[in-house]
Design a protein around this ligand. Structure first.
Ligand code: ADP
Ligand code: MG
Length: 690
């Protein structure tokens, strides 16, 4: 009922109001009920000024006994009131009318609400709300806590409160359906939905405000778990739906064995285990949906190549997609080195190809002449038609959005047959986050680095040491090592970004003309980038000055020194990615994190974590704790993880519980799942096209 009721059914809502309410994500009356207060004010009791705690919001009564106009840079009105116990509080108004000033006449009793601070002359409240009181007939105190709602421009607190009050009256007439099974609510001791909503909109003075503030009140937890269950159930249904589809089954191939024999190294145990998981999936007549997590340098590329071989040998095509041109180019080289001897034809596609070359590649792809196709986003383009696509490999998936992952999926022109998907990421994702963001995928972890790698040693230094670091770098390069110097984004502008790198490159060249310095940034053309990368790879350059374009996947084993400027501005996950460009050979590698002083306490703590550990999972847990999921998954990725009430950082402990119950709901109460989707997403999920 309330889920269908339009907002215009409420008093005081016209077309203009509706538009503003839409901005807040509110479309029907039920949405208002899920529009929860940001915080609460307690006007249910008077606090004695004597016992007030600085920094809290309180309701206080007192008598006006003085009033002054202070003439500073901006004049302010100071009103002094005295509590019955004799304590004095100064009310400070920066904005006031003269008529307002006249109201505060000596002897009047006043009730004020606001945050108590310690001011220059004792206790003070800035811009409190206030009301004059007739001592013999004081107005009643509020009987529930006052909610403060998120608002938007042109729609004030009072207006939204009025609407929510109306919605609550309606809720009492037409309660919302309870969508969580009783045994769940009982086992977790959580309240019914309607009770929870009433508690949160109109908490009683007896409710535990402290718990509500910490989002630990059962009424909040009940809503959080419901929202998380909905998300988990949706993921699970997507996954089960996909698994019921048909995909070509690829037998284990002979050619895989040949590549393994040709490699100059042996797979690590972790690589072998993950390879077996993939090979097993590819043998099934249903689409593989597997995410391979492996820290930087753990050797994911060769695993992808082995999977590609299995599909190719069965006569199917493979699309290998990389997020940047540098990385796509690097994969092209690695794949052709491995696949050419096996006579598996590869092709390459990027956005900057010349028309003729591109036409040629497209024809190769369409006719099936090319079997393993490596490329960038260009693989998504409408013009690309695959002959017989059987496997899609997506490298460094966190750089793509969910949407892109799926649209490539639809590229297959065989209607009933779906492609296998192998998704790879070097971003270690904390378990609870992986369950949420990738709940529709199977997970493999390469939790071991190839032998002989020495953990990178990391130093954290102030920018005041910049020149010494440059000198050190020069000396090292003269001993034959290669180095990176990374200038991260300082302004949100690709141009300034590139300039910063350019300036640094010039400083090096001017200071040490014999140092072979290369420069790479996002504004270079594709071929230029490839040229520079190649020169660095073949040791025609000693130093590569770069922006964060080198963050992902770049592999030059001989480079063993990395300097990152303005390290305090980057997230830990990103620093970890960048640092992973070194430590890829058998030399001891070093990383210097330069920061711009002064560094805050948390800033210090964060950089120290980088110094203490190279364990990507530990770093990711810290990042989740400090910066939230966006930093780890990338902003594009979190698009699908917008929650209305739940917060992945705060509520991660609930995720395994939600997953368990989602499973029960999906199998025992499918009709409830549909109801949950309607309530939390606003529509049924179309798995066919999800
Ligand atoms: P990432 O997992 O970061 O993508 P890569 O696939 O780029 O790592 O591998 C990093 C380097 O390690 C490459 O030079 C690769 O050839 C090499 N490598 C991969 N597996 C092994 C192994 N088992 N032993 C030794 N070197 C390996
Ligand atoms: Mg890689």
């Amino acid at each position: 009922m309330l889920a269908q009721q339009q907002l215009t059914a409420l008093k005081g809502v016209g077309p203009k109001q509706v538009e503003k309410l839409h901005k807040l994500g509110l479309f029907v009356v039920q949405d208002l009920l899920f529009h929860l207060p940001l915080r609460y004010q307690d006007k249910t009791r008077l606090t004695d000024l004597e016992s007030v705690i600085i920094g809290t919001e309180v309701l206080i009564e007192g008598d006006v006994f003085a009033q002054t106009l202070s003439q500073g840079r901006r004049s302010s009105l100071l009103v002094k009131i005295q509590s019955p116990s004799g304590t004095i509080l100064t009310l400070r108004f920066f904005h006031f009318h003269h008529s307002q000033a006249q109201q505060f006449s000596r002897g009047k009793t006043i009730r004020v609400f606001g945050e108590v601070r310690s001011g220059p002359t004792g206790l003070e409240m800035v811009h409190p709300t206030y009301e004059f009181i007739t001592p013999n007939a004081p107005s009643a105190l509020e009987d529930s806590l006052t909610p403060i709602y998120p608002t938007t421009e042109g729609l004030g607190q009072a207006s939204i409160l009025k609407l929510i009050k109306q919605a609550i009256v309606l809720l009492k007439q037409y309660p919302l359906a309870e969508l969580l099974p009783n045994d769940l609510l009982d086992s977790l001791q959580l309240p019914l939905l309607n009770d929870a909503l009433l508690t949160l909109h109109q908490p009683l003075a007896t409710d535990d405000l402290q718990k509500i503030k910490q989002f630990a009140h059962p009424a909040q937890q009940r809503l959080i778990i419901e929202e998380l269950i909905n998300q988990q159930a949706t993921m699970q249904m997507m996954r089960e739906h996909e698994q019921a589809r048909n995909a070509p089954a690829f037998p284990i191939s002979q050619a895989c064995q040949r590549l393994l024999k040709n490699l100059p190294f042996q797979l690590t145990n972790a690589q072998q285990r993950v390879l077996q998981e993939i090979q097993h999936d590819l043998k099934q007549p249903h689409p593989m949906q597997r995410l391979v997590q492996g820290d930087v340098g753990s050797g994911k590329t060769v695993i992808a190549a082995l999977a590609a071989i299995q599909a190719a040998e069965a006569g199917y095509q493979v699309a290998v997609m990389a997020p940047t041109e540098i990385l796509a180019e690097q994969h092209r080289q690695a794949f052709s080195e491995w696949l050419d001897p096996l006579n598996i034809p590869t092709a390459f596609l990027n956005g900057r190809m010349k028309a003729a070359e591109k036409r040629f590649m497209l024809a190769q792809i369409e006719t099936g002449t090319a079997q393993v196709i490596i490329g960038t986003h260009a693989l998504f383009q409408e013009a690309v038609t695959f002959h017989k696509l059987g496997l899609v490999v997506i490298d460094e998936q966190h750089r793509f959005g969910v949407h892109q992952r799926l649209s490539l999926h639809e590229k297959n022109n065989q209607q009933d047959v779906h492609t296998h998907q192998l998704i790879m990421t070097a971003t270690p994702i904390p378990r609870t986050l992986a369950m949420t963001a990738y709940g529709d995928l199977d997970l493999s972890v390469i939790d071991e680095l190839p032998p002989g790698r020495k953990p990178i040693e990391t130093a954290v230094l102030s920018n005041e040491k910049r020149f010494e670091v440059m000198q050190h770098l020069y000396a090292k390069c003269k001993q034959g090592i290669q180095a990176y110097w990374v200038c991260p984004l300082i302004e949100e502008s690709e141009l300034l970004h590139a300039q910063a790198a350019e300036v640094t490159a010039n400083q090096f060249s001017e200071q040490w003309p014999d140092l072979r310095v290369g420069l790479i940034h996002g504004r270079l053309k594709g071929e230029q980038k490839a040229l520079v990368m190649n020169a660095f790879k073949t040791h025609q350059l000693d130093l590569l000055v770069a922006t964060t374009v080198i963050e992902v996947g770049v592999n030059v084993p001989n480079s063993s020194l990395m300097i990152i400027e303005n390290a305090e501005r980057l997230g830990l996950a990103q620093l970890h990615q960048l640092r992973g460009r070194v430590g890829r050979g058998d030399k001891q590698s070093h990383c210097v994190l330069l920061y711009q002083p002064p560094l805050s306490e948390t800033g210090k703590a964060r950089l120290n974590i980088m110094r203490e550990t190279t364990d990507g999972f530990r770093i990711a847990e810290e990042d989740l704790r400090i910066r939230g999921p966006g930093e780890i998954l990338g902003t594009k990725q979190t698009g699908g993880l917008q929650f209305r009430i739940a917060d992945l950082k705060r509520d991660s402990a609930w995720i395994p519980v939600a997953k368990e119950w989602a499973n029960i709901l999906v199998h025992n109460y499918p009709q409830l799942v549909e109801g949950l989707q309607m309530r939390w997403v606003g529509h049924k999920i179309d798995y066919q096209h999800a």
